[in-house]
Design a protein around this ligand. Structure first.
Ligand code: AMP
Ligand code: MG
Length: 419
């Protein structure tokens, strides 16, 4: 195989080494909100509304009872108590879903179930607990105030009100509200289509048995799950060998499939067969290459046919953390979601580390609660190829660029990896 042409020194000069913040800003600058599409509300969880939702009716539509009991006129029960029960004639039973149209006459009561619209003239509903039934009569054992247990029409939602606004992310309660308002379909921002391509001559797919020197492709599956976790649609393009033609063909396939973001993994370092950057430069353009982070330093960003491409490093931990910092917020931004930020806790770092570089380090830690505080323990070897260190991790401890060493007990920021 012919060795691909390299320009490493030129590349290093051409592309400044960006800080994490600069690189993230540059990257996110290339993403806009995607257009809207109509969906069924059952598909709506975590989608973002692209329309305002206005109530066309009051909810509830009519005044109704909040309790099972007797609809009464308050004058009839003034002074009622267990010692002085006041008797009313029961003129009917009313379940939710039915109407009682006759006005409530003095000295009468209607037995009424939660949710049933109250008969005209009802001033309160006395719950069963404060009554005693005696055949067709009911003894009221308690005087209640006007409007007790009566829910007014529109107490939840008033007709004409804007109840949900454009930009709202739909949670179960918003989806229930849409149903209550009669919206079966709503307009939400489209989900990003994210093309995922693994590169490397050594890779085989999950169901294959690796031959000598081969390993299974883990990154595509990690990345697909990460895309799904943020509401994107993964498009798995498989594996490209480290050959310009093959990689070029796969990237063109991503373009044909209308990807909104292309993710590659591997092939962005300084090895002889790291051709992703070259193909990116030939097919489109590079915006940056290399970020002051560990793991993840060789990450690259550019675009092909106007589609942003993020070149993740090949090592599984680097690929995952680089996705976390760059692709996750981008996938959120395209949908109008602002819930991509991971929760952070402050924890006492329980190991000791020294380092020479001035990159931002993301260390895999396991957290233990100790009274009011958290303790963070490294999950073993922090090599960027050690996927187990992620499997065992609750979070990533963020070690700022300027720190030269971390003593046990130092308070660090930990980004939690759980949802
Ligand atoms: P590279 O950046 O292509 O030099 O890859 C760095 C390391 O990550 C090498 O040890 C690769 O074998 C490994 N690697 C690359 N891609 C994948 C992948 N999709 N799944 C698992 N390991 C990978
Ligand atoms: Mg490779």
């Amino acid at each position: 195989m012919e060795k691909p042409k390299r320009h490493e020194e030129e590349m290093i000069e051409a592309y400044p080494w960006l800080s994490v913040n600069e690189a993230v800003d540059t990257f996110l600058g290339h993403f806009d909100l995607l257009p809207a599409e109509g969906i069924d509300i059952l598909e709506g969880l975590d989608r973002v509304l692209a329309m305002d939702i206005v109530a066309e009716n009051d909810i509830p539509p009519l005044a109704n009872t909040a309790m099972d009991g007797y609809a009464v006129r308050v004058a009839d029960i003034k002074g009622a108590s267990p010692e002085h029960p006041l008797r009313l004639h029961i003129v009917g039973d009313l379940a939710a879903g039915y109407l009682w149209q006759k006005p409530l006459a003095p000295g009468t009561a209607v037995r009424i179930m939660t949710g049933a619209p109250v008969p005209p003239g009802t001033e309160a509903v006395v719950e069963f607990e404060h009554t005693e039934r005696q055949g067709d009569w009911v003894a009221i054992l308690k005087e209640v105030k006007p409007m007790r247990n009566v829910r007014e029409a529109g107490e939840d939602v008033h007709k004409g009100e804007t109840i949900l606004t454009k930009g709202t992310r739909l949670r179960p309660q918003e989806i229930g509200m849409l149903a209550a308002l009669g919206y079966r379909q709503v307009q939400v921002h489209r989900q990003p289509r994210v093309a995922i391509l693994a590169t490397g001559d050594e890779l085989v797919d999950v169901e294959e048995t690796p031959g000598p020197g081969q390993i299974r492709n883990a990154n595509s599956y990690t990345n697909a799950a990460q895309v799904l976790q943020m509401g994107g649609i993964p498009l798995l393009l498989g594996i490209a060998h480290d050959r310009v033609e093959e990689l070029t063909a796969k990237l063109r396939q991503a373009v044909t499939q209308n990807a909104d973001l292309i993710l590659t993994s591997g092939g962005v370092s300084l090895g002889d067969f790291d051709i992703v950057k070259d193909v990116l430069a030939a097919e489109g353009e590079i915006h940056f290459w290399r970020v002051q982070m560990k793991p993840g330093k060789p990450a690259a960003m550019g675009q092909i046919a106007g589609i942003p491409l993020l070149g993740l490093p090949g090592n599984p931990v680097s690929a995952m953390i680089t996705f976390e910092l760059f692709a996750r917020p981008a996938i959120a931004r395209m949908q109008g979601r602002d819930d991509w930020r991971r929760q952070r806790v402050q924890a006492h770092f329980m190991n000791e580390i020294q380092r020479k570089d001035n990159r931002r380090h993301y260390l895999r830690v396991r957290l233990e609660q100790d009274g009011e505080t958290w303790k963070a323990f490294l999950t073993g070897d922090q090599g960027s190829g050690i996927l187990r260190s992620m499997v065992m991790a609750d979070g990533l401890a963020i070690i700022p660029e300027s720190w030269r060493k971390v003593e046990p007990g130092t308070v660090v920021d930990v980004m939690l990896l759980d949802r």
